[in-house]
Design a protein around this ligand. Structure first.
Ligand SMILES: C[C@@H](N)C(=O)N[C@H](C)C(=O)O
Ligand SMILES: [Zn+2]
Length: 220
């Protein structure tokens, strides 16, 4: 009897792995099951943590494209990116903040659309090379306090100008400290900052991952 139970469990385990395979970015199947796969699987971060805040700008008209280019505001990332950002958020929570997402994984077609509007690699990655967003390894984020108020980072998200740069210092002490805090904790969790945009962070190990153009399913 014990022998049959072990065989039955093994069969169930193998089937559950199979059901995750080949269904990248399917909202109904990705989630904790993806833990069975390697850490480059695309997953929906909501299946792993409830401690983030979302303002997915490209799922609204409130962005530099002046167009809603995502069907819904899901935040998909590779599992290793999710693990790293959860690590960073845990540190922020202890300090009285939480991460708010503006963008996560971005299909290559959307990158091309962005590049056709802003063809400047300081602000939009060239789709010929592919952005780390297209690889599921980049996040556009800010910090909010425990009441959900955004901390002052000196510019709005996607402000394409010198003032958004980490090197720009003609800002209040508070703004400089806020940017520094974001950078320090993100770097400690395995991300690298991007000089011209205070909100953009790349997972260090993401450059070797493949660019994707897959769109995700939206839940009604
Ligand atoms: C468009 C902006 N939010 C952004 O993510 N820019 C970087 C450089 C990118 O496109 O990878
Ligand atoms: Zn970005």
């Amino acid at each position: 009897m014990k022998f049959f139970l072990i065989i039955y469990s093994l069969v169930l385990f193998v089937l559950s792995i199979g059901s995750c395979m080949g269904q990248e970015l399917n909202h109904k199947t990705i989630g904790k099951k993806a833990l069975l796969q390697n850490d480059t699987a695309f997953v929906n971060i909501k299946a792993f943590s409830k401690d983030f805040v979302y303002d997915m700008k490209y799922a609204t008209n409130d962005n530099f494209l002046k167009e809603k280019v995502y069907n819904c505001g899901e935040c998909l990332l590779r599992l290793k990116t999710v693990n790293a950002i959860i690590k960073a958020n845990t540190v922020f929570i202890k300090k009285g903040y939480r991460i708010k997402f503006f963008d996560c994984y971005r299909p290559l077609d959307i990158q091309k659309k962005m590049w056709s509007i802003v063809s400047n690699p300081k602000y939009v990655a060239d789709p010929a090379k592919g952005s780390i967003h297209n690889r599921g390894g980049a996040v556009d984020i800010t910090l909010v306090d425990l009441e959900g108020n955004e901390v002052d980072m000196g510019t709005t998200f996607d402000f394409f100008g010198e003032k958004a740069s980490h090197n720009y210092m003609m800002l209040s002490k508070e703004v400089i400290e806020n940017r520094k805090l974001l950078k320090k904790i993100m770097e400690g969790a395995g991300f690298v900052s991007f000089d011209s945009e205070w909100w953009h962070y790349n997972l260090k190990t993401a450059l070797k991952d493949k660019v994707s153009n897959t769109k995700w399913d939206c839940v009604e």
